[in-house]
Design a protein. Structure first.
Length: 202
C-alpha cells in the first residue's frame, strides 16, 4: 500500500511522491463519484420525468424513494447505531463514513440553492433536499442530546459540525430578482460611522 520509487528515466518523478497510501482521500474520491452519479441534477430530473412514463398503479422509482434511501444509507449509524461501546480508536462513525456524510450534506445543500437545477424538477428536488436536511438536523440534535456523553470524540465533533452546517444552510436567506429592486448602481453601506454623510458620500 505504497509507491515504488525508481531513479530510472521514466519513473524519476515518483521519488517525490507521498510514500504512504492516502486511504481516506482515495476512498473519498470513489464515494464522491458514486454520489455524483446518484445525485447529479440530470439523474434526478430523469427519475422525476420517469414517474410520468409509468402508470400510477405500477411500481416505479420515485425521487422521494431515491433521496430517502441514499440519506438513510449514508447516515445508517444514526438510524441503526452499533451496540458496541464507541472509543476514539473504534469510533461510532469511522473516518471513511464521516467523509461520506460530509460529502453528502454538501450535495444536499447544493440542491437547495437557487439555480442548482433548471426546469420542472428544480422545485421538487430542492424541497426534498431541504426536507432531508431538516430531518437530519433533528436526528443529529436528538443523538447529541441523548447520547452526547457516550459518543467518541471523533463522532461527537463530526455530528456537532454537521448540525451547525445544516442549521446555517437552512437559515440562509436568498434575494430573488435583485435587478428589479435595484436601480443598477451599487449600494454602499458604511458601517460603524456616526454623523451625517459628507457631500461626496451622498
Amino acid at each position: 500500500m505504497t509507491v515504488d520509487k525508481w531513479w530510472d528515466e521514466t519513473s524519476f518523478m515518483s521519488v517525490f511522491e507521498e510514500p504512504t497510501f492516502e486511504i481516506n482521500d482515495r476512498i473519498l474520491s470513489v464515494q464522491a463519484a458514486v454520489l455524483t452519479q446518484s445525485m447529479i441534477p440530470t439523474t434526478l430530473r430523469r427519475v422525476y420525468d420517469n414517474e410520468q412514463f409509468v402508470p400510477a398503479d405500477e411500481d416505479a422509482l420515485t425521487l422521494p424513494e431515491l433521496m430517502g434511501h441514499v440519506t438513510k444509507t449514508v447516515f445508517d449509524e444514526l438510524y441503526n447505531p452499533p451496540t458496541r461501546a464507541a472509543t476514539d480508536r473504534e469510533p461510532m462513525i469511522s473516518s471513511l463514513r464521516r467523509n461520506l456524510q460530509r460529502e453528502y450534506i454538501d450535495r444536499l445543500i447544493d440542491l437547495t440553492m437557487p439555480g442548482s437545477m433548471f426546469g420542472a424538477a428544480d422545485k421538487p428536488v430542492a424541497n426534498l433536499a431541504n426536507m432531508h436536511l431538516r430531518q437530519l438536523h433533528a436526528t443529529i440534535t436528538e443523538k447529541l442530546e441523548g447520547n452526547g456523553s457516550k459518543l467518541d470524540s471523533y463522532t461527537q465533533a463530526h455530528l456537532e459540525e454537521a448540525g451547525q452546517v445544516i442549521e446555517r444552510a437552512l437559515d440562509a436567506e436568498f434575494l430573488y430578482n435583485t435587478d428589479d429592486i435595484s436601480s443598477g448602481a451599487p449600494t454602499i453601506l458604511f458601517l460603524g460611522q456616526d454623523g451625517e454623510l459628507r457631500p461626496a458620500e451622498r
